[in-house]
Design a protein around this ligand. Sequence first.
Ligand code: DAK
Length: 256
Amino acid sequence: MRFVEVEKRDNIGIIRINRPDKLNALAPEVLEELEIAVDDMNDDPQVRAIIITGTGKAFVAGADIKYIGTLDEEEGYRMAQFGQRVFSKIENSPKVYIAAVNGYALGGGSELALACDIIVASENAIFGQPEVDLGIMPGWGATQRMTRKLGQGWAKYLILTGERIGAQKAYEIGMVQKVVNHDNLMDEAINLAQILASKGPLALALSKEAINRAFQLGDFGFEYEARLFGRTVGSEDKNEGVKAFFEKRKPNFKGR
Ligand code: DAK
């Protein structure tokens, strides 16, 4: 692929957006390649945790502004649906996605990071939803995911002002889970991915599914959790996890 690199190391996948001359802006071809990479990771039984990062000084500086300039209303709607489909494949994947944010995560880049389960940011990272400066609004999920993750107050503040914030501020408002030294970003992200890849895959998948639905299900969320909990308790992974605990060894989970 031309704009997206894919790497696999043991149980970990790395997706790298690689269009540094345009700060990894998500033109349609880049988004198409990202979808292929995400499908590949989601379908590979060896891969248990995936890191998304960018080449150069940006994670992703947004949707491609040149392309946005060419769109009419109907095309804009379709483009929004396309990006939402790709990002939903990340959010709804049974595997854990980590955004390793190495620099600018603006507009669609911030939305891509928000679609991931955990954000690890370089101290140099900059987040923002500057769409309003272009006379548009976010179209790849920020109004929904940012609101669910940060609450209406911060979602409105960031989306309505377009203000850019640094990694530390993003950490303080709960958008970022870990801020690390820039040079250690990938080591930290890989270390976290390895920790996640060592856990019971079914337990991770079902925990993620229940958390994702927390805001949709109301009180039924507890019933839903109980049902998914039952599935984990009836799994081979549970038998292996409990056995390994008493045998004082690491479990060898199979994800079933
Ligand atoms: N799109 C296209 N090209 C971009 C770009 C972008 N988002 N961001 C940067 N570039 C290009 C620049 O034009 C420049 O290209 P050349 O002039 O070299 O050809 C190159 O990348 C390097 O950028 P700069 O020269 O500007 O680099 P600086 O270090 O000086 O500045 C910057 C870095 C990140 C502060 C600056 O580039 C910047 O402000 N970029 C724009 C950031 C931004 O506004 N991003 C949000 C885009 S809006 C929707 C779907 C999605 C969305 C909305 C609707 N529907 C389909 C409805 C999402 C929208 C967005 O993401």
